[in-house]
Design a protein around this ligand. Structure first.
Ligand SMILES: [Zn+2]
Length: 410
């Protein structure tokens, strides 16, 4: 009983510090009185917590003119430039490394091909070497690296942080990458599936900031979704929710990576669209803007924006297929907002009209009539999800606790 009480006191302290830090990060400059009012914590508690955060350098005081009178009030903002994060994205073909400061400003970015080997130890060794070199090249005096965020295009077990599956690399057993990096670099490390992490980033920094729940559909090399419910990414007991790209839309369609046929991904991924356009051009469809040499996704979107008939027809077909799958999702959980992310949103005019029309005829009218459909405006889409995982650890108190504990141990 006694032990439980001690644990609970620590947890409450951690939670309170996190609440205060989050208000300062998201609403700063903010005064201690305002924090106390918003958080409903006693002024004395706020003073104590801010003292600890100040001592660690995580926040700083700024003088601010009170709008009602001449008296200057001391406000607090989060310190963002000094603290840096290392971000790693394991994509289907590329590995991306980046450094961001806590304001989500990209400091450095590099990408290299996924090592051409089927030996996991070799992949891991190459990754460690590349990261070490990247960090050494970009070291900066007075800047502190505080955490690593990793996103993976594959399956992650959220309970033990193991990578269970990668689309282009067969794992004999789950890969303990997060733990290995944490030990090697002696930094707290957070790992997540890439689209689910992107949905979290969209909620922290993007167009779903104001939403209680939302659905993000990401169309890139693959197709996936991230669902935010009650301000948190829906993870599920068995993980790997939101595999919307593997809902069948064409029973006589192409074979998918997952083994089934005609999945949404085989029709609307960037490669699927480019291949379909290639086939249409080979079949003699005429386009003023596209040719067998130049018909990548960006060119197709541009042509569609110029009302090119072939490009517009293909984008419309893609929009209808997306709309059909989104309609099922809307009927299932009725999100406040739907966000589409990916290169294809450059053809927004025709794409969104087709999605909207299909949604309206396939989903419950009451669910869909007031549901905004918007394009993601996030920058650094390849690594912003990994950054969001680190922000989440600051906001839930776990990373904050680690940083504060380091200080008291010194
Ligand atoms: Zn599939």
């Amino acid at each position: 009983m006694q032990i439980n009480q001690i644990v609970n006191v620590d947890l409450v302290k951690q939670m309170n510090s996190a609440v205060v830090y989050k208000f300062i990060d998201q609403q700063g400059p903010i005064s201690r009185i305002q924090i106390s009012e918003l958080s409903q914590l006693a002024p004395a508690s706020v003073t104590k917590i801010t003292r600890n955060l100040l001592a660690r350098g995580l926040i700083k005081e700024v003088e601010q003119q009170e709008s009602t009178g001449g008296r200057r009030a001391t406000s607090i903002v989060a310190e963002q430039k000094v603290f840096r994060t290392l971000l790693v994205h394991l994509g289907r073909q590329k590995i991306v490394l980046a450094i961001m400061d806590l304001s989500s400003k990209l400091v450095k970015h590099c990408a290299f091909d996924f090592p051409q080997t089927q030996n996991l130890a070799d992949v891991e060794a190459a990754l460690l070497t590349n990261i070490s070199q990247f960090l050494a090249e970009n070291e900066k005096k007075n800047a502190e690296l505080i955490a690593i965020g990793i996103t993976v295009s594959g399956f992650i077990n959220a309970k033990n942080n193991l990578i269970e599956n990668l689309p282009h690399f067969s794992l004999a057993q789950p890969w303990d990458l997060a733990n290995r990096l944490e030990k090697h670099f002696n930094l707290p490390t957070y790992i997540g599936q890439d689209v689910r992490s992107l949905a979290l980033a969209e909620h922290y920094f993007g167009v779903t900031k104001d939403c209680y729940d939302s659905l993000l559909l990401r169309i890139h090399r693959g197709v996936g979704a991230g669902i935010v419910i009650n301000h948190e990414v829906f993870q599920g007991y068995r993980n790997n929710v939101g595999e919307i790209g593997h809902i069948q839309v064409d029973p006589l369609g192409k074979r998918c990576l997952c083994g089934n046929v005609g999945c949404l991904e085989t029709v609307v991924s960037n490669a699927a669209i480019e291949n379909k356009m290639q086939q249409m051009l080979e079949d003699g469809y005429q386009s003023k803007w596209l040719s067998l040499e130049s018909h990548d996704i960006e060119a197709i979107c541009k042509a569609s924006n110029k009302n090119d008939a072939v490009a517009s027809e293909l984008i419309e077909h893609v929009g209808v297929q997306i709309g059909r799958v989104l309609a099922m999702s809307v009927n299932m959980f009725n999100p406040e907002k739907i966000v589409i992310s990916g290169e294809i949103t450059q053809a927004k005019a025709i794409l969104f009209a087709a999605i909207r029309k299909t949604l309206e005829s396939h989903a419950l009218p009451t669910s869909v009539v007031n549901t905004p459909l918007v394009a993601s405006e996030l920058e650094n889409e390849d690594v912003i999800g990994a950054f969001a995982l680190i922000k989440r650890a600051l906001f839930d108190g776990s990373l904050l606790q680690h940083l504060l504990a380091e200080q008291s141990a010194e």
